[in-house]
Design a protein around this ligand. Structure first.
Ligand code: AMP
Ligand code: FE
Ligand code: FE
Ligand code: ZN
Length: 290
C-alpha cells in the first residue's frame, strides 16, 4: 500500500466503556487493518488510554488519547469528542468521575424498573458484563440478551432501554458549552461528533457551531459511519464556513455494533491520513502539543 493511501480512525470505543475489545486489542486490530492512526474515545472515561497508547508504541501505530462526552440541548443530544488529551487533565477527570457516578445511579434505576416488570436481572450481573469503569445501557442489554429476554440488541433498545422503552431512564448530561470548554482548557482538539445523526431544523446546527466555537470548538466530525455522502459535504462546508478542522471515525464498538468495522464503518468509510495531518497542523498553528 502506498504511503499516500493510508487511512485512520479517530472515533472508537474500547471495553473501558461500551466497546468489547480491550484497548490493546483495539489498537492491534487497527494496526492489522493497516491504519496509520487510531483515537480511543470512550464515553466518560480516560481509563483505557494508557494501555492503548502502550500497545501503539509496541506495534508502531499512532494512538490519539481521546474521549466522548454526551451533552443535552433543547432539541436532542450532541456528542463532543476530545482528541489529543494530556496525561492528567484534572478538572476534566473530576467531571467525568461525576458523570460516571450519575451513570451508576441511573443503572441502578433501570435495573430496578426491569425487576419491577418481573425480569430477573441484578446489578451484579450488569457490573460483571462491564469490563471498564464507564457502565451503561449496552451492558444492561448484554445481560438481557444473554438471559433470552430479547432476540437481539435492536429489540432490547426498542422494548426496554431506548427512549420509548419500558425501563428507560434519561442520562444526566453536561451542557455542550461546559463540555467544550472543559476539553478546550485541557488543550484538546474539540470536535463535534456525528453532527448529522439526527435532523436538526435548518440553521440550528449553524447557530450551535457558531456558539460552541466561542467556547473552544475546533473541529467537525465529517466522516462517520452514519453520515451519507451528502452529510459529509454538509459537514465539510460547515467546517469551512466556521474555519474549523475536519475529523472522522467509525464509532467502532466491537461486537456491540458488529456491522461497524474499524476504519471502514459499514464498509464504505475511508478517512484519509490527510485528515489526521490536517488536525495536527491546526494544533501546531495553535501552539498545542501533538
Ligand atoms: P448510555 O450511555 O448508557 O446511555 O448508552 C448509550 C450507548 O448505547 C450508545 O453509545 C450506544 O453504544 C448504545 N446504543 C444506544 N442505542 C442503541 C441501539 N438502538 N442499538 C444498539 N446500541 C445502542
Ligand atoms: Fe457507545
Ligand atoms: Fe456518539
Ligand atoms: Zn461514539
Amino acid at each position: 500500500m502506498k504511503e499516500s493511501m493510508k487511512f485512520i480512525d479517530l472515533h472508537t470505543h474500547s471495553s473501558a466503556s461500551d466497546g468489547t475489545d480491550s484497548p490493546a486489542q483495539l489498537v492491534a486490530k487497527a494496526h492489522a487493518a493497516g491504519l496509520a492512526a487510531v483515537a480511543i474515545t470512550d464515553h466518560d472515561t480516560l481509563s483505557g488510554l494508557d494501555e492503548g497508547q502502550q500497545a501503539g508504541r509496541d506495534l508502531g501505530i499512532e494512538v490519539v488519547r481521546g474521549c466522548e462526552i454526551s451533552t443535552g440541548t433543547e432539541l436532542g443530544e450532541l456528542h463532543i469528542l476530545g482528541l489529543w488529551l494530556p496525561q492528567n487533565p484534572q478538572p476534566l477527570l473530576d467531571r467525568l468521575c461525576w458523570l460516571r457516578e450519575k451513570r451508576a445511579e441511573r443503572n441502578v434505576g433501570i435495573v430496578q424498573k426491569l425487576q419491577d416488570l418481573g425480569y430477573d436481572i441484578s446489578m451484579e450481573e450488569v457490573l460483571a458484563a462491564a469490563r471498564g469503569e464507564s457502565v451503561g445501557r449496552p451492558h444492561i442489554a448484554e445481560v438481557l440478551l444473554r438471559k433470552g429476554f430479547a432476540k437481539d440488541v435492536r429489540q432490547v433498545f426498542r422494548e426496554f432501554l431506548g427512549s420509548r422503552g419500558k425501563a428507560y431512564l434519561p442520562k444526566t448530561v453536561l451542557e455542550p458549552e461546559e463540555s467544550v470548554s472543559l476539553l478546550a482548557s485541557a488543550g484538546a482538539t474539540v470536535c463535534l461528533a456525528h453532527p448529522l445523526l439526527w435532523r436538526a431544523p435548518a440553521g440550528w446546527l449553524d447557530t450551535m457551531v457558531a456558539r460552541l466555537k466561542d467556547y473552544g470548538l475546533s473541529a467537525i466530525e465529517a466522516y462517520h459511519s452514519e453520515h451519507s455522502e451528502a452529510d459529509i459535504r454538509t459537514c465539510l462546508a460547515l467546517a469551512k464556513r466556521f474555519d474549523l478542522g475536519v475529523s472522522g471515525g467509525s464509532d467502532y464498538h466491537g461486537s456491540n455494533k458488529p456491522t461497524i468495522r474499524l476504519g471502514q464503518g459499514y464498509g464504505g468509510l475511508r478517512v484519509s491520513q490527510s485528515v489526521y495531518e490536517g488536525l495536527k497542523q491546526r494544533r501546531m498553528s495553535a501552539g498545542l502539543d501533538i
